[in-house]
Structures are given as structure tokens and as C-alpha cells.
Design a protein around this ligand. Structure first.
Ligand code: PLP
Length: 356
């Protein structure tokens, strides 16, 4: 497929690397591509970043038929630009698409388009330590129709956003709120797909947690409200008696690439791992008998997010000594060292974009 590139004549001023935040600033260009049943995916183009003008009857606005991905481009100390396991994001994008009846895309072409887009906007990749360029591919349903069925037409777009270091003041642990009232998703639903709908479903519970003074929600399964699933929009990992324990991908959990990287590293280091169901009761017991050593979330944005406190009913448990655990730090350092080219990549996780 051809990729047409139209560069802007008016480049924006580059932001100050120390004031980026997350997802607030966008680069000069975006990628767009359309789908209709006759042509398939067509009209792939990189063009100036611009609003998408939509008919008010556009289906995505009513029924939420939309998926997305999230990955980052990193600038190494020697000036290389690289991606981390992007083939996994492309494969997951297609998998998410299948869950909400969105037609399949060519993964190799999409990765090529991402690299081209990054090259056009490469000056936007920040240089300060631990900063990166966040990449957001999205597909939305674009038929103008209020009947309920999958759309016949779609728009795929990719936007780029320079983002700050997630931990500007160093690695800091968070307090989380366990809920047996609200649920994010249920087996047989969309939980293992990266859909807009899952995020809509998680907002209310997350606000309740925030109002109670917690950073995130720990989601339990939707049927028994006992099995631990995810934390906020991250996968969750426990260290219990020296073993890495994480819930299995049973249909309601998003298959995180960071989660997979943690498990791969643990195997590589000969640390025992168990992908198995774990209930909140077991966790409380493990805390009581002191075998619960660490809890952390894993996801592209934070990489590793250590958990210091867990609120469950009327109790607030302190995890370990309430400080960042050794394992959390070890995984964080190993993953970010590969991402930023400070360490060897024995797993073939790095995909170069270009050398400066
Ligand atoms: C994206 C996401 C994750 C983390 O996936 P990564 O590939 O590690 O970024 C975890 N849970 C949910 C619900 C997500 O949407």
C-alpha cells in the first residue's frame, strides 16, 4: 500500500522537555487511513495533525465501537530512536479489532506507517532522561447511522505525544482500593481487548477510589468478586514467598506486553513464576503470615508501579515495609535499560526506527 506524506508548512514550537506531562501535547503530524468494504483499508496518509470533523450520527459517538493501542518511542543516549516490542502491539490491535467486529489491518504496514510518522516528527521525541514519545493508534466506526450493528466504514489514525518521565521524583509507591462492588469487565465480555468501552466501564469505580484517597482500583472478578484481575489500567503482579504470582489471562484480563516482559525476565533470572488465579482472601492471608513481599502494577505508561498500601473493607494493609520492593526496582531497571539502549537486548525486543 502507498503511504502519501504531506508535511505541514507551519511547524509548532517544540515544548520544554521538563513540562510535558502525559497525553497533553501532540506533534505536527498524524497518520490516517480509511476503510470501506469495497476498497478495504485505503488512503493511507501522513498529514498535518488536525481535528476529525464528524457527522453527529457517526456510529462511534453512540455505540463506542472503537479500539486503541499504546506504545512508546525512545531516544537512546547515542541518538538512536527505537520501539519496544511493537509487533506485540500490532498483533493485539488486530485481536482487539476482532472483539468489536472491526476489519483486520496489515500489521507490517501499520508498523511501517508508525516508523514513518515518527521519522517525520522525530524532533518531538524528548531528550530528557526517561522521557519518551507516546504513540496512540486508534480505530473508530464512521458510518452515519443510529441502528445497532457493526459499522461498514472505519477510520484508523495514529497520533504522537511527547511524555514526561513517569517518576520525575523517583520511583514512588501508590495506595490502591480493592472493590467488590464495581467491576471493569467480565469473562465473555471485552476485558481482553483494548477497547474504549472498557475504559468507560472503569471510570466510575476509579473516581470512587480517588475520592476515598486512593490512586487506583484493584479489580476483582465480576462473578464471585474474589479473584484478583487488574489494577486500574495495569496488570498486577505479586511477590509471595519469593515467587512471582500473576492472574492468568482468562478472558477478562488485558494481555499486557509489560506483564509478558516481567514474566520473561523472571524466567531468564530463574525466579519461580506462577500464572494462577489468586483471591483477595489468599492475599490477606499472605499479608498476615508475612509471605506477601511485594505488589506492583505493570503497563507501558509507568512500566512498573509499586503498591505500598491496599484498602480492603475496613482494613488498610501495608505491603512489605511500605517502600519500593527490590523486585519492582529490578524489573523496572531491566525493562527501561533495554528500552533506552543502556543494556543488551537478549530477547529481540527492540525495533529500531532510524539512526540520527
Ligand atoms: C494497556 C493495558 C494494560 C497494559 O498493557 P501493556 O501492553 O503492558 O501496556 C493493562 N491493562 C489494561 C486494562 C490495559 O488497557
Amino acid at each position: 500500500m502507498d503511504l502519501k506524506i504531506t508535511e505541514t508548512k507551519t511547524r509548532k514550537e517544540l515544548p520544554d522537555d521538563s513540562k510535558l506531562g502525559f497525553g497533553q501535547i501532540f506533534t505536527d503530524h498524524m497518520f490516517n487511513m480509511d476503510y470501506n468494504p469495497r476498497q478495504g483499508w485505503y488512503n493511507a496518509r501522513i498529514e498535518p495533525y488536525a481535528p476529525i470533523v464528524m457527522d453527529p450520527a457517526t456510529m462511534v459517538l453512540h455505540y463506542g465501537q472503537a479500539i486503541f493501542e499504546g506504545l512508546k518511542a525512545y531516544r537512546t543516549g547515542s541518538g538512536k530512536i527505537q520501539l519496544f516490542r511493537p509487533d506485540r502491539n500490532m498483533a493485539r490491535f488486530n485481536r482487539s479489532a476482532s472483539f468489536v467486529c472491526i476489519p483486520e489491518i496489515d500489521e507490517a504496514f501499520l508498523l511501517y506507517a508508525i516508523k514513518k510518522l515518527i521519522s517525520v516528527d522525530k524532533e518531538w521525541i524528548p531528550r530528557a532522561p526517561e522521557t519518551s514519545l507516546y504513540i496512540r493508534p486508534t480505530i473508530i466506526a464512521t458510518d452515519h447511522y443510529l441502528g445497532v450493528r457493526p459499522s461498514n466504514t472505519y477510520r484508523l489514525f495514529i497520533i504522537l505525544s511527547p511524555v514526561s518521565a513517569y517518576y520525575p521524583e523517583g520511583f514512588n509507591p501508590v495506595s490502591i482500593w480493592v472493590t467488590d462492588k464495581y467491576v471493569r469487565t467480565v469473562r465473555g465480555g471485552l476485558g481482553e481487548a483494548k477497547t474504549a468501552a472498557n475504559y468507560a466501564a472503569s471510570l466510575y469505580g476509579a473516581e470512587v477510589a480517588k475520592k476515598a484517597g486512593y490512586t487506583q482500583v484493584l479489580w476483582l472478578d465480576a462473578i464471585e468478586h474474589r479473584h484478583i484481575e487488574e489494577v486500574g489500567t495495569m496488570n498486577i503482579v505479586f511477590v509471595i514467598s519469593g515467587e512471582i504470582v500473576t492472574p492468568p489471562l482468562g478472558g477478562s484480563i488485558l494481555p499486557g506486553i509489560t506483564r509478558d516482559s516481567v514474566l520473561t525476565l523472571a524466567k531468564h533470572w530463574n525466579i519461580p513464576i506462577a500464572e494462577r488465579p489468586i483471591t483477595i482472601d489468599e492475599l490477606i492471608e499472605a499479608h498476615k503470615d508475612d509471605s506477601l513481599q511485594e505488589i506492583f502494577g505493570s503497563g507501558t505508561a509507568a512500566v512498573i508501579s509499586p503498591v505500598s498500601h491496599l484498602a480492603w473493607h475496613d482494613d488498610v494493609l501495608t505491603v512489605g515495609d511500605g517502600r519500593v520492593g527490590l523486585m519492582a526496582k529490578r524489573f523496572y531497571d531491566a525493562i527501561t535499560d533495554i528500552q533506552y539502549g543502556r543494556a543488551e537486548d537478549p530477547f529481540g525486543w527492540i525495533e529500531p526506527v532510524e539512526e540520527e
